[in-house]
Design a protein around this ligand. Structure first.
Ligand SMILES: Nc1ncnc2c1ncn2[C@@H]1O[C@H](COP(=O)(O)OP(=O)(O)OP(=O)(O)O)[C@@H](O)[C@H]1O
Ligand SMILES: [Mg+2]
Length: 478
């Protein structure tokens, strides 16, 4: 799907920087819709055509009923249809419709706000609301509408969106709003803002006070007023956390006040903490499993040393390698933030381990891992790791009997939901019938892949090509 900036560039003559400004505006304009109780539409001028404007983005208010249940994006309007859009664009001034116009029998008032960037007008935002459906006017409405005027002026002057607008979710006007005067004193607080501060332990009346005087910690107010830029802050006290986003309202060059969006994030922080504790626990468990497996492997290694029979020693040493592979998967998982691992990381480690264990110094066998599987869960990664070890081991042990060198390639990939692992060597090729007569190695592979509901083929093709394909629960990456 095209991003908003792409869409804007496709329909207009705007540069990528200008389109980016409009995209940032649209990531922060909910506050304007909510303060003005209005639907917002963003118009840009069609490419090569000064007469027509296309709606590139639309936003509905949370504080009022929408006038546009339908999707308006893509609608093209002409100058006679929307004279004030064209006029705001041409003159760089905010234009309000003198009288409400009737749309489908509903009276609608409309303001057109030009969007300035680096001195140039690059689009127009209309605020449209219906006096009939909007709320009973009271003090709250007055304060909101006045704040909306300031924000509109800032858009027109090129001061909104702020230079440092953070990406991501914004707190909403409905979460809580304080309005500050030019000195930073609170002159109005929404009921939700008052409740958020109460839950935070602020029992006194906050009206007429400075937030920084309430002894609740360092707030972002001072910095926002000094830098005239959006500033975030978070206050914490025990289990309570409130997020404050301070938006300074700037006239031509002077700060005339500020808005603070107040959101109680206690629940959110609590959840994040729980998730991170759970993650740490899972990592710790994988770490311990890895340690236990390594202990088992060293017990077997000790035992192998005491055996006199060559065959018995070989068998135990192979088991040591197989257990080592499983330990490796747990080690990888113990380093991940969640219970899934990119199999390419595991495959690389297995490559190092197998070649260290089997390749004698006189031989040079090159080993390469390409591709990615995306993140896999342990119940898939573990059998795949054991399978890969067997296949690699076979290539190194059987493919190059007389040669001193050769190469082995591990190719990882996805085909839809299937994870595909290919091991390819340029050796002598597997003899016909080996799969049927397989000894333990290939039997293990067949059993594990069968249990996962996957398929396994091994063929001689200028060397040996083994292909493992298993279905995964996870979606492919990207
Ligand atoms: N990459 C390969 N190149 C050539 N021959 C192969 C290759 N892979 C397997 N083979 C042949 O297939 C046979 C069966 O392999 P399998 O892994 O089942 O047993 P193994 O390697 O002999 O013993 P184990 O893996 O149990 O130690 C091997 O003995 C070997 O002859
Ligand atoms: Mg083998």
């Amino acid at each position: 799907m095209a991003t908003l900036a792409d869409r804007i560039r496709a329909v207009s003559d705007l540069t990528s920087e200008q389109a980016e400004h409009l995209r940032t505006l649209c990531s922060s304009w909910q506050v304007l819709a909510d303060l003005s109780f209005s639907d917002l539409l963003l118009y840009v001028r069609k490419n090569g055509d000064g007469e027509r404007f296309e709606i590139c983005a639309q936003l509905r208010p949370f504080t009022s009923q929408t006038l546009y249940p339908q999707d308006m994006v893509g609608t093209v309007v002409t100058q006679p249809e929307q004279p004030i859009v064209e006029r705001a664009f041409r003159e760089g001034r905010i234009w309000a419709q003198d009288d409400p116009v009737l749309v489908d029998g509903v009276p609608i008032r409309m303001d057109a706000v030009p969007v300035r960037h680096d001195g140039e007008i690059i689009g127009v935002v209309t605020k449209e609301g219906s006096p009939a459906t909007s709320r009973r006017p009271g003090r709250l409405e007055q304060v909101y509408l006045q704040a909306a005027e300031y924000v509109s002026e800032m858009i027109c002057r090129g001061r909104f969106p702020y230079p440092d607008t953070p990406v991501g979710d914004w707190p909403k006007v409905g979460d809580g709003l304080c309005v500050l005067d030019a000195s930073g004193r609170i002159y109005w607080a929404s009921p939700n803002a008052v409740s958020a501060f109460r839950r935070f332990g602020v029992k006194q009346n906050i009206l007429g006070r400075y937030l920084d005087d309430l002894r609740i910690g360092r707030t972002p107010v001072r910095e926002a007023l000094d830098t005239r830029d959006l500033t975030d802050g978070e206050l914490s006290s025990g289990e309570s956390h409130i997020l404050l986003r301070c938006l300074p309202l700037v006239d031509d060059a002077t700060v005339v006040g500020a808005l603070i969006l107040v959101r109680d994030v206690s629940e959110l922080r609590q959840k994040e903490r729980e998730i991170s504790v759970k993650d740490a626990t899972i990592r710790e468990i994988h770490h311990r499993v890895k340690n236990n497996l390594q202990t088992i492997a060293s017990l077997l290694r000790l035992q192998a040393r005491r055996l006199h029979s060559e065959e018995g020693r070989g068998a135990l040493n192979e088991s040591v390698l197989r257990i080592g592979t499983i330990a490796l998967v747990h080690e990888t998982l113990s380093e991940q933030p969640s219970d899934v691992a990119e199999f390419a990381d595991v495959a690389r480690r297995i490559g190092v381990m197998v070649s260290e264990g089997l390749v004698s110094p006189e031989r040079t066998i090159s080993l390469k891992v390409t591709g990615k599987t995306g993140r896999l869960e342990a119940d898939l990664a573990t059998p795949l790791a054991v399978t890969l070890t067997e296949l690699l081991q076979n290539s190194i042990e059987h493919a190059f009997p007389d040669q001193a060198s050769g190469s082995v390639a591990i190719e990882l990939g996805r085909e839809g939901r299937d994870v595909v692992v290919t091991v390819r060597d340029d050796g002598v090729g597997i003899p016909e019938g080996s799969l049927e007569a397989a000894s333990l190695g290939l039997q293990i592979v067949r059993t594990l892949i069968g249990e996962l509901g996957g398929s396994f083929t091994i063929t001689a093709d200028g060397g040996t090509v083994a292909v493992v394909r298993v279905p995964s629960k996870e979606r492919p990456p990207g």
